[in-house]
Ligand binder design. Sequence first.
Ligand SMILES: C[S@@+](CC[C@H](N)C(=O)[O-])C[C@H]1O[C@@H](n2cnc3c(N)ncnc32)[C@H](O)[C@@H]1O
Length: 205
Amino acid sequence: MNERSEHWNEIYNKTEDEKLGWFERDFSQTLKLLDLIPNWKESKIFVSGVGTSGLVDEILHPNTKLVLNDISSKAIEKLQLKYNGTNHQMEWLCQDLGKPIPSNIKDIDIWIDRAVLHFLTEPMSIQQYFQNMNSSLKVGGYAIFAEFSKSGATKCAGLDVRRYDLQELSKNLPNFECISHEEYTFINPKGDPRPYIYTLYRKIK
Ligand SMILES: C[S@@+](CC[C@H](N)C(=O)[O-])C[C@H]1O[C@@H](n2cnc3c(N)ncnc32)[C@H](O)[C@@H]1O
């Protein structure tokens, strides 16, 4: 276990889901992008840092396969408890996406990242994150990124974040085309505005 995973474990150990700064009830911003993807309900979807997000309920369909990852074993444990005994197609992972991930994570149709990538601040780990995504996503697959925008907060969960705009995201995605992008202000549980950029990309080669 490294320092980063300990940091996140501590947060998930001591904080009720609804008090987490990124807690959301309304997933329409992500669902709107998913709805632009043909047959997304029959896809293999990788969620990069799932936390304890209720998004999982929204993307669980009889023919979806979910690969649910988080650096925090505690978050994964909490979410596993919730789905214990159900027969959904779910694979659980506890990987730091700033480091190489196992090569058997592949054939992903859709990669979803809400508020995970922006915690990577070192150029090497950002590069590794995109390598991980690229090697596990099929050509023709899609990636959704929802990150703090340039006008967004500079910190979250006590950590510095790297903020993004379309240009900066696209720079890391030379073999992708942007299908959709939108600025969106999330209001956090304390009532504070948190500006995000929401994007949908398609891998073209
Ligand atoms: C702000 S939370 C967002 C959680 C979830 N995506 C959501 O929208 O509710 C960030 C999540 O990313 C995870 N995380 C942070 N750094 C990570 C990394 N390097 N690799 C994988 N997961 C990471 C954290 O444990 C945490 O669950």
